[in-house]
Design a protein around this ligand. Structure first.
Ligand SMILES: Cc1ncc(COP(=O)(O)O)c(C=O)c1O
Length: 392
């Protein structure tokens, strides 16, 4: 098998070796339980956890006690949405989200529908962004929560969270942001953005898998949640379970490295992405870029190639690992619901691929990817009678 260059960093990232180095002592000599109050093993672990919490809080401009460690963004999303809605069933029973959210949000919302809540799923514009005016319109008297993602995992589009946060604050509706794709990569300030809850995940930022956090605002206004995991009352009663100290240390170190390197990494990866895009679109002028190019994660591109099937294209790409925009099930190939939400036909939706560059990629990876994509699209089109007929 040929070496694969990894260009699927929105799915997950490799753990940075500097992160692993920071974690290792907490598996061995510093293995204490952070909840053990009677000896120095416990105190040492607790101190490390609290320092980690502080490092993450600094990145968000919030207080340490507002960070709740979880197993990842999916759990954080569940705790935020179910926890907030179920804390007080007497409030209104309407929540707002949008159709291109990650399944973590969509499935949690649909579970709440089964439990008696009403959910409005807003459409997105052709460029993949949430329409601010639409949001103004759909918030009602009985709306308790608005849940909007910061950056989309498939097309990389970045919503105007600051404007939406202000709207929610003005309407006295709590605002939850799924920041799994943006935390560590874009500036996030929960105060100036009026965010009440925010979910993020370690494995998207070169940290370990199995760790994430939920930011929960504790003042102006204080957000209270119904806990979803009963037990020993860890995390100030919001999420029980012995803390995975090495993973927490890894998450904090990953956060610190992202902050330290963000500016240079953003420029480097954007240049790589733009150069790939330039090469592909100049050789294949009918390429369709999915989602706004302006409001987009710097390392991401998602494009479609008319008359080329995305899954076939991926098979043809021998040395790069990226993903199609399609959600694949064993029996059927369904086009991505995100792509469909942009108003694309089934054909275009089926022909999309996502490239997400990351910290480990070098310029030559982008150059190779461009070459392979161009050659693969040409080769597949050469074999397509439909494409040949169109050219006659
Ligand atoms: C936008 C978004 N939200 C939530 C998740 C779920 O994150 P985790 O894998 O940490 O549960 C992901 C992961 O792909 C994501 O991209």
């Amino acid at each position: 098998m040929k070496p694969r260059i990894y260009l699927d960093n929105n799915a997950t990232t490799p753990t940075d070796t500097r992160v692993i180095d920071a974690m290792m002592p907490y598996y061995t000599e510093k293995f204490g339980n952070a909840a053990s109050r009677n000896h120095s093993f416990g105190w040492e672990a607790e101190e490390a956890v609290e320092n980690a919490r502080k490092a993450i809080a600094n990145e968000l401009n919030c207080r340490s006690r507002e960070i709740v460690f979880t197993s990842g963004a999916t759990e954080s999303v569940n705790l935020a949405i179910k926890g907030y809605c179920e804390r007080d069933r007497q409030r209104g029973k309407h929540i707002v989200t949008q159709v291109t959210e990650h399944k973590a949000v969509l499935d949690t919302s649909s579970e709440l529908e089964k439990r008696g809540w009403e959910v409005t799923y807003m459409p997105v514009r052709k460029d993949g962004l949430v329409d601010f005016d639409e949001l103004t319109y759909v918030i009602r008297e009985d709306t308790v929560l608005v849940s909007i993602m910061h950056a989309n995992n498939e097309i990389g589009t970045v919503n105007d969270i600051t404007a939406m946060g202000k709207l929610c604050r003005d309407r006295d509706v709590r605002f939850f942001v799924d920041a799994a794709q943006s935390f560590g990569k874009l500036d996030v300030d929960v105060d100036s953005m009026n965010i009440d809850m925010l979910a993020a995940s370690g494995h998207k930022i070169y940290g370990p898998k199995g760790i994430g956090f939920l930011y929960v605002r504790q003042r102006n206004p204080k957000v209270e949640l119904k806990l979803q995991v009963d037990g020993g009352g860890h995390e100030r009663g919001m999420r029980s379970g012995t803390l995975p100290v090495p993973l927490i240390i890894g998450l904090a170190e990953a956060t610190r490295l992202c902050a330290e390197e963000r500016q240079s990494e953003t420029e480097r990866l954007k240049q790589m992405r733009d150069s790939l895009l330039e090469k592909v679109t100049s050789d294949l002028p009918d390429t369709i870029v999915n989602g706004s190019l302006e409001h987009r994660l710097p390392h991401n591109i998602n494009f479609s190639f008319p008359d080329v099937e995305g899954e076939a294209l991926l098979m043809e790409l021998e040395s790069i690992a990226c993903s199609s925009g399609s959600a694949c099930t064993s029996a059927t190939l369904k086009p991505s619901y995100v792509m469909k939400a942009l108003g694309h036909s089934e054909e275009v939706a089926h022909s999309s691929i996502r490239i997400a560059f990351g910290r480990m990629n070098r310029d030559e990876d982008g150059e190779l990817a461009a070459k392979e994509i161009i050659n693969a699209v040409r080769s597949l089109r050469g074999k397509s009678p439909f494409h040949r007929m169109k050219r006659v």
